[in-house]
Design a protein around this ligand. Structure first.
Ligand code: CTP
Length: 430
């Protein structure tokens, strides 16, 4: 899916990409309660549609004061339902049709009132009737004043809903529309869409612990300067998000990036290659899958100056000679053959500017990993600092598979599909 695409072409591509991965587009009903956060719902619907899903919306009477039904109709491409008693809408007992049609119901914003009505099984308007009638999983995104959020009545209602298997996302903390500051802001549409994917996604990695390295390491020269590289960390973070979505417990060992921690992921922050190695060695024993996506500096300054290197301390006009020493190869170390290694799937990355397949095949053999993901960094639309990537997957004893240019989230899904396949083959052999 290209980022510069808009409209139906982009939505169709979203759907095609899902089909190709064996993750069909899903039918999602978004119901909204009457809170100010409802103004963000067109953005949520747009994100779900772009991801390839079909979306229908229903509003409580109060919600329609905060978000325009026409805006929702435009982004979903479907009529918006508001009334239980509308003879036109209810021609075919529409509320039951909507409840049966849904493969997931998202309640956003879920106000204190709507949560209470859900918890107690009321069905006095279209939204609560759909919620009572549906057999689909339900994801709620609460939004309310923080005192309402903290009230024992709301707490008990949430406990009731959780005990019935209702999924929750948020709320976030921050400035609230009522002027208070604290917990009660509805999660951002991107986070809600992300959690919706994990509710819909098959739990192929449930019970598995996955270690992922990401970002470009920083090798200090002195307290203000460092040697680093152009890695943004986006590919590693996309892998972490996708692994969490598939039910894994994810540890993301990350060099500095500007990226938010993906939902459900534990991040361990590091700077240098040596720090990354020691964090990886602390975590690796408990992990059945390791994916080394970080751009680890191969060399570091032999000595990092403890004080800032000052020009006035050097000869006038003199250059500066740096002595670099080798960093340990973290991937090679954890992929080294051995008892533990035999049960772990290890994935490496290769950044190559020329002879991509040849160099990657040699790297696969040299590093001893189970899967190597090769990047052609000479392309401008793939590799470092981009949102898309075009990679080649190499496994020992199998021909290379070249994937088309895809968003990094899709590439992450393809890589984890391949990891699933390797694990499946291993368990059928043993
Ligand atoms: N890697 C690592 N530790 C290092 C260097 C690299 O774990 N000190 C991992 C990276 O995370 C990546 C893979 O090794 O998964 C390949 O890194 P790359 O820099 O492309 O290859 P190198 O082995 O460093 O070889 P070269 O620089 O000669 O291409």
């Amino acid at each position: 899916m290209r980022d510069d695409q808009t409209g139906p072409a982009r939505d169709r591509e979203g759907r095609a990409a899902r089909e190709e991965r064996g993750r069909p587009p899903r039918r999602i009903v978004v119901v909204s309660g009457g809170g100010i956060a409802a103004y963000k719902i067109p953005d949520l619907v747009r994100k779900l549609v772009r991801a390839g899903h079909s979306v229908r919306c229903a509003l409580t009477p109060a919600a329609a004061s905060f978000v325009s039904p026409l805006a929702l109709q435009t982004v979903s491409g479907e009529p918006v339902r508001q009334s239980l008693l509308d003879p036109g809408e209810e021609g075919q007992i529409g509320h039951i049709d909507l409840a049966d049609w849904a493969e997931l119901v998202i309640v956003a914003p879920a106000t204190a009132n709507l949560l209470a009505r859900m918890a107690h099984g009321l069905a006095d308007d279209l939204v609560t009737t759909v919620l009572l009638a549906t057999r689909a999983p339900v994801l709620v995104a609460p939004a309310m004043n923080l005192n309402m959020w903290d009230h024992p009545a709301t707490r008990q209602n949430l406990d009731i809903l959780r005990s019935r298997g209702v999924h929750m996302v948020g709320p976030d903390s921050g400035e609230l529309a009522c002027g208070w500051e604290g917990a009660g802001r509805m999660s951002e549409p991107a986070a809600i869409a992300e959690v919706a994917e994990s509710v819909l996604c098959p739990d192929t990695l449930a019970g598995e612990r996955v270690l992922i390295t990401a970002g470009g390491t920083r090798e200090a020269l002195d307290p203000v300067r460092a040697l680093t590289n152009r890695s943004s960390g986006k590919m590693g973070y996309a892998l972490a998000a996708e692994a969490a979505r598939r039910g894994a417990e994810v540890v993301l060992v990350s060099a500095p990036t500007n990226l938010p921690i993906p939902v459900g992921v534990r991040r361990v922050d590091v700077e240098s290659a040596l720090e990354m190695r020691s964090a990886v060695l602390d975590e690796i024993d408990a992990c059945g899958i390791a994916i080394c996506c970080a751009a680890v500096a191969d060399f570091r300054p032999a000595e990092a100056a403890s004080r800032k290197i000052k020009k006035e301390d050097l000869e006038p006009d003199a250059g500066l000679r740096l002595e670099l020493v080798r960093n340990p190869d973290i991937l090679a170390e954890i992929a080294a053959p051995g008892g533990e290694r035999a049960r772990r799937v290890v994935v490496g990355f290769a950044a190559e500017s020329h002879d991509v397949i040849g160099a990657s095949e040699r790297k696969l053999a040299r590093k001893g990993c189970d899967l190597l993901v090769a990047n052609d960094i000479s392309r401008r639309d793939a590799g470092f600092e981009t949102d898309t990537n075009a990679v080649i997957l190499l496994e020992p004893g199998a021909g290379p598979e070249e994937l088309p240019l895809l968003p990094k989230g899709e590439v992450a899904a393809r890589i984890l599909d391949r990891v699933d396949k390797i694990r499946g083959e291993r368990s059928s052999r043993s």
